[in-house]
Design a protein around this ligand. Structure first.
Ligand SMILES: Nc1ncnc2c1ncn2[C@@H]1O[C@H](COP(=O)(O)OP(=O)(O)OP(=O)(O)O)[C@@H](O)[C@H]1O
Length: 264
């Protein structure tokens, strides 16, 4: 009888042990699942093994060499590096303005390498925004019309275009300059119109290639303050190429390139 009681006690102990181990395994699996969920939902852009080579006659320029980058939703990223290191080439791949020789770009879970050229065009129009160093405004259109026209191309109604354009121009501090032509504006004001145009449709990601290259440091600060405001207040994801170290202070993280390879 005593022996049976002991065996039963041992069996219960082993079952307790098994139950404990099972609980621990379930906990570990929960942790793994959670971190997998985080990595999947967190990344807005992933560049996987991106290689971009340009041919100049007989010469091959390897602008990007198997670059891997991952940008989280709401991050403000600065892409930095010496001249010719591949900054613009990387921005153009991530922003779907160019196609890599190999590798792919995933945006918000969509593998963009599967899109046709026209699908890519639509994706850019609806989901992405761009700011360039030369502003790229239409000179014959005023501030309001420059923003309005890009919203119109997205198929929005006249009323929607008008109210969204006025609202975003006010948000960049140009509410009193809606009718002004680019030629009558300072460089900083023109760049603010181009930022308004890029952000009017609330893009998933704003790409900016040397947005302050033609601006003095005070005006550059105003433009960067604006980026900081949209990033912090609206959670706008921003990917910006710059060669100025002080610009990178606005960013959460720097992707540093050298000879087409990510350094850090
Ligand atoms: N369309 C092109 N045709 C040929 N070569 C190109 C082309 N675009 C870029 N390259 C070359 O690829 C390399 C990377 O260029 P990229 O413009 O990306 O560098 P960057 O870091 O942005 O330079 P910078 O700071 O001077 O603007 C350079 O050697 C450049 O000459």
């Amino acid at each position: 009888m005593e022996k049976i009681r002991k065996q039963t006690e041992d069996a219960v102990k082993s079952m307790d042990e098994i139950r404990k181990q099972t609980e621990n395994t379930v906990k570990s699996m929960d942790i793994i699942r959670k971190s997998t969920d985080d990595t999947i939902t967190d990344a807005i852009i992933e560049g996987i093994d991106i290689t971009r080579t340009f041919k100049m006659g007989e010469v091959e320029v390897r602008a990007l060499r198997r670059v891997n980058v991952r940008i989280r939703r709401g991050e403000f990223i600065a892409i930095m590096g010496p001249s010719g290191s591949g900054k613009t080439t990387l921005l153009n791949q991530l922003g779907l303005l160019d196609t890599p020789n190999s590798g792919k770009v995933i945006i918000d879970g969509s593998d963009t390498s599967r899109l046709s050229d026209s699908e890519k065009g639509k994706f850019r129009l609806h989901n992405l925004g761009y700011v360039f160093q030369d502003y790229a405004l239409l000179p014959e259109l005023n501030a309001m019309e420059n923003v309005y026209i890009s919203l119109m191309m997205q198929g929005k109604s006249k009323t929607e275009c008008e109210s969204a354009a006025a609202e975003i121009l006010a948000a960049v501090g140009l509410g009193d300059r809606l009718q002004q032509l680019p030629s009558k504006m300072s460089g900083g004001q023109q760049q603010r119109v181009s930022i308004a145009r890029a952000l009017a449709h609330s893009p998933e990601v704003l790409f900016a290639d040397e947005p302050c290259a033609n601006l003095d440091s005070e005006t550059s600060k105003e433009v960067l303050d604006l980026f900081g405001k949209f990033n912090q207040e609206k959670g706008q994801t921003i990917v910006m190429v710059t060669h100025e170290e002080w610009h990178a202070e606005y960013a959460d993280r720097v992707i540093r390139l050298k000879d087409g390879i990510v350094q850090e």
